[in-house]
Design a protein. Structure first.
Length: 350
């Protein structure tokens, strides 16, 4: 027998948890970050304004991170920030000012995601192919130096794959009671669970369809077939989603390799002649073999490394780099910030 008091207590706790979750959703929505549990439709899912570095919402997220998630005092610990390879000096300075003045971190370091992935691989030279949500990058790193003039950034990633999957299934029909039930956030979840990269899309389209099932939140079931590999094809041929002026991923990898000086090339690919995949959009089954087969048309000796934990390699590399004795001078302290201002952070960056 459950007492009325205990039942009421559980209801109250459940209500508080739901209110807290709803507040988190609002914060994330204001920041413009698509999530798997987003309640928004396609227009809202993709066209939210980009978050400002000095916005109250971002400060709220950081406070939540420190005091609710990791539960540490920011003034007692250093903070390593992973950044986009194209981060501007102004953006870095704004973030530096906010973290020291508003959050109160003890010390601060900025490192690019691709460089940290290289460190996670245990290498000081590598060609990192980063496949993210909003972009892909091909970044050569030579003896811990990023060859920025050789790097390539492609404005295509997981976001375009989700949009393509959504549109393909909507066009073909979902078989649901209501087409309104096929939402962009559902397409995102289907992409993560079921999408894959075909080794030869044209050939696979001629073969019998291998359908897979996905159960909707309300219990309805949908069948998906060729759209599960057609949606990822845009990574290799962006023109399929209307991006005519963007080269495909494998073509860009070959272009970067061809641009390297001979003395850089051998170090970047290493003794084992490997390039390195990283990022959430590199997790699709088949992507490693597809990139390798297309690159090997021009460089037969090159292979592709894709570690099982490659979605987290920047975090892994950061945890290593931040703890090395010879990297301690790369930290900017609060005293240095007070004396020299935010612009001094650039001298600390690779």
């Amino acid at each position: 027998v459950v007492s009325t008091q205990s039942t009421g207590g559980r209801r109250e706790a459940r209500k508080e948890a739901e209110e807290e979750e709803e507040e988190e959703r609002k914060i994330i929505a204001r920041l413009g970050l698509p999530t798997s549990y987003s309640l928004n439709r396609e227009r809202e899912f993709y066209n939210m304004p980009s978050p400002q570095l000095n916005s109250p919402e971002l400060l709220e997220i950081l406070h939540y991170f420190y005091y609710n998630e990791v539960r540490i005092a920011p003034e007692e610990h250093g903070l390593l920030i992973t950044e986009h390879i194209c981060t501007t000096r102004k953006q870095r300075e704004e973030m530096t000012s906010m973290l020291f003045e508003e959050i109160g971190v003890m010390k601060l370091m900025f490192m690019t995601q691709e460089f940290l992935a290289c460190i996670a691989e245990g290498r000081e030279s590598a060609l990192i192919v980063h496949m993210g949500h909003t972009y892909c990058s091909i970044v050569p790193i030579w003896k811990c130096n990023i060859l920025r003039d050789k790097a390539r950034i492609l404005a295509i990633g997981g976001r375009e794959i989700t949009r393509c999957l959504y549109q393909l299934k909507e066009k073909q029909g979902t078989g649901l009671y209501s087409e309104y039930d096929w939402r962009m956030d559902i397409a995102e979840e289907v992409k993560i669970r079921l999408a894959y990269v075909s080794q030869n899309m044209k050939k696979e389209l001629l073969e019998p369809v291998k359908e897979k099932s996905y159960e909707m939140p309300d219990g309805q079931e949908i069948k998906l077939g060729e759209e599960l590999f057609m949606c990822t094809e845009c990574l290799f041929d962006p023109s399929l989603v209307g991006l005519e002026d963007i080269p495909g991923l494998a073509v860009s990898v070959v272009s970067v390799l061809a641009s390297l000086e001979p003395e850089h090339f051998n170090d970047v690919v290493g003794e084992k002649k490997k390039i390195v995949l990283m990022g959430a959009s590199s997790m699709f089954p088949g992507v490693q073999d597809r990139v390798a087969s297309e690159v090997q048309l021009f460089y037969p000796e090159i292979s592709v490394s894709a570690a099982p934990e490659r979605k987290l390699t920047p975090w892994m590399g950061g945890s290593i780099w931040a703890d090395l004795s010879f990297t301690q001078s790369s930290w900017m302290t609060k005293d240095e910030y007070d004396e020299w201002g935010p612009s001094a952070i650039h001298a600390k960056c690779f």
